[in-house]
Design a binder for this molecule. Structure first.
Ligand SMILES: Nc1nc2c(c(=O)[nH]1)N[C@H]1C(S)=C(S)[C@@H](COP(=O)(O)O)O[C@H]1N2
Ligand SMILES: [Mo]
Length: 261
């Protein structure tokens, strides 16, 4: 615990947003913090708020994550977490090459809507070569292609009381625990130009192992904030009613909600 607090202090005094990832080095170290109601967890949650507000002060809303050149792509994107969802619904979609897939936009939107994969692919695309940083201690530079989430939010309209975007996924990460993977971000990150719904990876269609047919790229955040196998994007005024209420699958298990790098 003292190590965690020291890291947070060091982060704040150093004034470098990137230093916040120090505290997340090694998923294993954090596992014990996931226990609900624990004192350690309450302290971590306070630290989360601190990180979020400090990051929002330090990182300009529109600041871009670094982008790289083709020559810096050294290997394929290493698949991690769920890599082959087994739900009946997902398997049926996969069997037909995702021809029947629809991405639903629901919740606090003016015009709820759903998109086929072709509709998403026919929108103006953004391609970006970025670095993915997983808290387990590895990084990969890869080229992602997709539709900007901001365009989709412009099409559906966002109600004034919406504050968060919640991403619902097809997979359960751990077969012994029925919780579906989910994630969330605020509207500043949702409307960020590099926040895309990716259907392409390194010039090919997105493989199942990396989240086919659609996965989110939230380039200023850590790996677990990049949900794969997304079926629904829900606008909400709070994330307390989803999962265990902390804003994401791994957040429910003790990770930082903002997860900035
Ligand atoms: N739906 C879903 N999204 C997920 C995960 C997962 O298990 N399920 N794992 C997360 C983690 S911890 C990482 S590091 C990245 C891995 O993405 P990749 O497989 O494309 O490398 O996906 C993130 N998004
Ligand atoms: Mo990760």
């Amino acid at each position: 615990m003292s190590k965690l607090i020291l890291s947070r202090r060091r982060f704040l005094s150093a004034g470098a947003a990137g230093a916040s990832s120090l505290v997340l080095a090694g998923c294993d170290n954090l596992d014990f913090l996931g226990a609900d109601g624990g004192k350690a967890r309450a302290i971590l949650e306070k630290a989360n708020d601190l990180t979020y507000h400090a990051q929002r002060l330090l990182v300009r809303d529109g600041a871009l994550a670094p982008e790289y050149s083709e020559t810096e792509i050294r290997q394929g994107q290493r698949p991690n977490g769920s890599t082959d969802p087994q739900s009946a619904e997902y398997l049926a979609l996969k069997e037909k090459g995702f021809a029947d897939y629809r991405l639903a936009i629901t919740g606090l939107v003016e015009r709820p809507k759903s998109y086929s994969l072709d509709e998403l692919r026919n929108m103006p695309a953004r391609t970006q070569i970025t670095r993915h940083d997983c808290v387990e201690g590895w990084s990969c530079i890869a080229k992602w292609t997709g539709s900007q989430l901001s365009r989709i939010l412009d099409e559906t309209g966002v109600k004034p009381n919406a504050r968060y975007v919640v991403f619902h996924c097809y997979d359960v990460y751990d077969e012994s625990d029925p919780a579906a993977y989910y994630e969330s971000c605020d509207l500043v990150d949702a409307r960020h130009p590099q926040t895309i719904l990716a259907y392409g990876l390194n010039g090919q269609s997105l493989p199942v192992a990396n989240g086919a047919p659609i996965r989110v790229r939230l380039e200023r955040a850590l790996g677990y904030k990049q949900p794969k196998y997304v079926h629904t994007i829900e606008l909400a005024d709070s994330f307390s009613r989803f999962g265990l209420g902390k804003g994401g699958y791994w957040e429910d298990r003790g990770y930082d909600w903002y997860g900035g790098i």
